[in-house]
Design a protein around this ligand. Structure first.
Ligand SMILES: NC(=O)c1ccc[n+]([C@@H]2O[C@H](COP(=O)([O-])OP(=O)(O)OC[C@H]3O[C@@H](n4cnc5c(N)ncnc54)[C@H](O)[C@@H]3O)[C@@H](O)[C@H]2O)c1
Length: 321
């Protein structure tokens, strides 16, 4: 059976699939030529990341397609309901990159608490005389230990972030309207610890957190979860990270809150209107930036490859039994 991994797949996945007797191609086929090539090459499984789209036209035009796989979380680029209606299952790997996103959040928390990102921007353009001025500017950092991190949305990524933050000595509180209790299993030096998370109301989280990190899906109504009203309730000097989805924080309200010093710094991995974020956001000297790379680690890609391979092998073994 031939599999096309049109946006690539990690070596771990290729090896597992080849060992199980599948043929796998990673030769990228242009979106416009996909239907013809899938039929010509008798491809029965298509794997994509975010670039290739698997819409109705492909599902209708490729009657031999037996499975669609997405390496990663979102399924926005696949017509999932339509595929399932037509009897083509869709699989993905929603948990494989959670740890990677959580580590990026920690990187941003350390970065914004000590202005590392801004120091890296300014020092290369400074002359000798500026060194002292920069030392003074960045010399009022904050430690993470002992501070309260408020996690909004305590699912997979929220829980990984909580574990890292607890490991740094932070106090962790969380708000999640769909979860009442969470006990985290934390492995430290091969010793398992069970640590309950302190679940609080949304308002309590806003009012008591020194740092806030968002890990929610984009609300169905498209309305930002954090706007002017929510910033108003926060502690003065709070720091905030968004590695969830652009638009979960209202970007106008964020700029106002940074300029009024209500929020002392922010970090964004996700933006409204990606891949063309607002210039006043990406040039703001109180915002640490990464271009939506939360899930993008070598380890996550390896896990995604292995997980996809295992799901494909299991799927076809189950069918042939
Ligand atoms: N930056 C990246 O590269 C990257 C990578 C993967 C996922 N993400 C994003 O991270 C976010 C979280 O992903 P996840 O895998 O942890 O998802 P998840 O489904 O495991 O967790 C989301 C949690 O949010 C909670 N939630 C829903 N609405 C809420 C609300 N209004 N207030 C508070 N909590 C709410 C849910 O109950 C759930 O527990 C998603 O937006 C996802 O798209 C970003």
């Amino acid at each position: 059976m031939k599999i096309l991994a049109n946006d690539g797949i990690a070596t771990s996945g290729i090896i597992a699939l080849e060992n199980a007797g599948f043929t796998i191609s990673t030769d990228k086929i242009d979106q416009k030529k996909l239907i013809d090539e899938i039929n010509k090459q008798n491809i029965e499984v298509i794997l994509v990341r975010s670039a290739t789209k698997v819409r109705q036209d492909i599902i209708d035009g490729c009657p031999n397609l037996k499975l669609i796989g997405r390496g990663g979380v979102g399924l926005d680029n696949i017509d999932v309901d339509y595929a399932r209606e037509k009897g083509v299952p869709v699989i993905n790997t929603p948990a494989a990159s959670s740890q990677s996103v959580a580590e990026l959040v920690m990187a941003h928390l350390f970065s914004i608490s000590r202005s590392v990102y801004d120091s890296n921007r300014k020092m290369p353009n400074s002359s000798n005389g500026d060194f002292k001025a920069l030392k003074k500017k960045y010399g009022k950092g904050a430690e993470l230990r002992g501070k309260t991190l408020g996690i909004i949305g305590c699912g997979k990524i929220g829980q990984y972030t909580a574990k890292y933050a607890l490991g740094c000595g932070m106090k962790v509180i969380a708000f999640d309207p769909f979860i009442d209790n969470i006990v985290l299993e934390i492995n430290i030096a091969d010793q398992m610890l069970n640590v309950p998370v302190n679940m609080v109301s949304f308002d309590e989280l806003l009012q008591t957190s020194d740092f806030i990190s968002l890990h929610v899906p984009m609300p169905g109504d498209g309305k930002a979860l954090i706007g002017n009203e929510e910033f108003e309730k926060m502690k003065t000097g709070v720091r905030i990270v968004n590695a969830a989805r652009g638009g979960v924080i209202d970007e106008d309200a964020l700029i106002n809150a940074l300029n009024s010093e209500k929020v002392s710094s922010a970090a964004l991995d996700v933006f409204v209107n990606e891949p063309s974020p607002r210039v006043d956001i990406i040039t703001h000297d109180k915002i640490s930036l990464t271009p939506h790379v939360g899930a993008a680690t070598v380890e996550a890609q390896e896990r995604i490859g292995t997980e996809l391979a295992n799901q494909i092998i299991k799927h076809f073994n189950t069918i042939s039994v």
